[in-house]
Design a binder for this molecule. Structure first.
Ligand code: ZN
Length: 190
């Protein structure tokens, strides 16, 4: 099993926003309650210091955690879930590279046609649109935590052109990268 390449702080971001794009890729284990959750769980947020992240359900259960009754992280909703998880992990881990549909379909051993159809059926999105959202998340994280310029961030997260970066970022966050950075820093100061 390939583990998704996300930092602790990136995973923390996902659980604070109840982001369901990363469900199944990792689990949030709360040390004080001994319960584990999906990243998208809507339950009250634990303190950061009480959280551990696990990438494998067996591992988190072997460590003594029980599944949350609310988000039911142990329930897999579809027979394609392992495949979709594999594709999303690949998208996150390779998001800095230029990726073609064929690269993804080669990785999972499906035709591009089948890959796109199954992925869309399961997530409601094309792999390309999903990848763009992952890149926007990476960019948002860098805008929040670094002093890198918009242009540096654009290429760092895998966009091929600034115009595409600005367009996709605005579609997802409803503001420009610079506006996003200002908003986040104001939130942090208030
Ligand atoms: Zn939960």
């Amino acid at each position: 099993m390939t583990v998704v390449n996300l930092s602790f702080d990136e995973m923390w971001d996902k659980i604070m926003t109840c982001d369901d794009k990363y469900d199944g890729l990792f689990f949030t284990a709360v040390k004080t309650t001994k319960i584990y959750c999906r990243p998208s769980c809507k339950s009250r947020k634990p303190k950061k210091i009480n959280v551990d992240f696990y990438f494998d359900r067996k591992e988190v259960e072997n460590a003594g955690y029980r599944a949350c009754k609310r988000c039911q992280p142990e329930v897999e909703h579809s027979p394609h879930i392992a495949l979709v998880r594999d594709i999303i992990t690949f998208l996150v881990n390779q998001s800095k590279q230029k990726l073609l549909l064929k690269d993804i379909s080669d990785h999972v051993g499906l035709s591009p046609f089948h890959l796109e159809r199954i992925f869309k059926q399961e997530t409601g999105e094309t792999p390309r649109a999903y990848l763009e959202k992952i890149r926007v998340d990476k960019a948002a994280h860098l805008l929040k935590t670094t002093n890198q310029t918009n242009l540096e961030i654009c290429y760092e997260v895998g966009f091929q052109s600034p115009s595409n970066f600005y367009k996709v970022f605005r579609r997802s966050k409803h503001c420009s990268p610079s506006e996003y950075r200002t908003q986040v820093s104001e939130e942090l100061m208030s």
